[in-house]
Design a protein around this ligand. Structure first.
Ligand code: PHE
Length: 373
């Protein structure tokens, strides 16, 4: 710092001369304006506002001026510093705005681009529905039982009390497995229903017994809107002391309530299956019109074809002959069984009108059921 200068000497305080201050200011403003990014602006700030900046050094010279010159020089310096500070602030704001604009452009997401190039796979609705149905029975204490799809004739028919000449055993109804040497039947059949799993369960599991068995079944049906040579059933079987048809009915009502809604009535009508006695077909009140479509003049119901009832499966009390074939004492134990088509349940529940939709593997069909894991 210079010594006090009582006799004003314009040379020694050249740094405070108006031209010089203007020059330093112009230089600072030019550097600030030229700062192309935050780094350069930081450098400009250090060079023109920091402790070693010409303007800072100049302001330290004010004390060297004669007292009458200090006020004016001080004002000049202040104005210069203010101009520099304002320029720095303005440039900082410009650079920030520019960065924000660039971020908006650089990081813009084109929401019209296809996003899902590899859509997640989904399990088939027949599979997820089979699990849902199983869960209803698991909630009642049932276990899952499985059996082979290529089944011995004895399990599929004999043990289930199908007489040897029963039409279901005919080639026209069942897919028989030939012998490798081509010489006639092998005694193996693609199982025509899930009922052989009843037999397997009774032969291998301890009593009392409560099982459900979902699985694939095969029949030589022509593929059309309501038939498929490959389809799924879910079978329920309970064997315990003192079981009656009331228990069977309770199991079915619980299933219907869980799948189609509370308060729907169920109806059992006499039917025939070799492995149950008595046997019944199971219907439930139409979950869409709840019977209203049967009233005179009412609008028709597509789902139940204005019948008010929808048939959902077969059931009955396990035939004592089947219990005996499986080594169970029919005087002590009784059982009930029921079987339902899973595709059929899916079609009723979701208004699917063509069973072929469940077979073709078109994701537009399956995706409508959601991507349940
Ligand atoms: N297995 C029978 C069918 O395929 C259905 C059924 C199962 C009937 C259990 C009664 C009891 O048609």
């Amino acid at each position: 710092m210079s010594a006090p200068n009582n006799s004003y000497d314009p040379v020694r305080v050249a740094a405070l001369a108006p031209d010089e201050v203007d020059r330093m200011t112009a230089e600072a403003l030019a550097a600030i304006a030229a700062a192309a990014d935050f780094d350069e602006l930081k450098q400009a700030r250090l060079a023109h506002q920091g402790g070693r900046a010409p303007i800072t050094l100049a302001s330290a010279e004010i004390g060297a001026l004669p007292p009458e010159a200090r006020a004016e020089a001080g004002r000049r310096i202040s104005a210069a510093k203010r101009a520099i500070a304002e320029a720095l602030t303005a440039r900082q704001a410009d650079l920030e705005a520019e960065r924000d604009r660039r971020v908006l452009i650089d990081e813009v997401a084109d929401v019209t681009l296809p996003w899902n190039r590899y859509p997640a796979g989904a399990r088939h609705p027949v599979t997820t529905l089979a699990e849902r149905i199983s869960d209803v029975f698991i909630g009642m204490g049932y276990e899952i039982a499985e059996g082979p799809e290529v089944e011995a004739e004895w399990y599929d028919f004999d043990a289930l009390n199908f007489p040897p000449d029963h039409p279901a055993r005919e080639m026209q109804d069942s897919f028989w497995i030939g012998r490798p040497d081509g010489a006639g039947r092998s005694g193996l059949v693609l199982r025509t229903h899930t009922s052989p799993v009843q037999v397997r369960s009774m032969l291998t599991r301890p009593l009392p017994l409560y099982v459900v068995s979902p699985g694939k079944c095969f029949r030589t049906d022509e593929l059309d809107a309501t038939h498929s040579p490959v389809f799924h059933q879910i079978e329920g079987l309970a064997v315990d002391e003192g079981l009656t048809m009331a228990d069977l009915r309770g199991a079915i009502s619980t299933f219907v309530a869980a799948m189609f809604g509370e308060g729907l009535r169920t109806r059992l009508r006499p039917d025939f299956f070799p492995f149950t006695e008595p046997s019944a077909d199971v219907s439930m009140e139409c979950h869409v019109c709840r019977g209203a479509s049967t009233e005179p003049g009412a609008p028709p119901c597509r789902v139940c074809r204005s019948q008010g009832w929808i048939e959902i499966g077969g059931c009955g009390m396990v035939n004592p002959r089947v219990l005996i074939a499986c080594g169970i004492d029919p005087d002590r134990y009784s059982g009930f069984a029921f079987g339902m088509g899973i595709e059929r349940t899916l079609m009723i529940r979701h208004g699917v009108t063509d069973i072929r939709d469940t077979l073709e593997g078109d994701v537009r069909f399956t995706a409508a059921f959601g991507v349940e894991a």
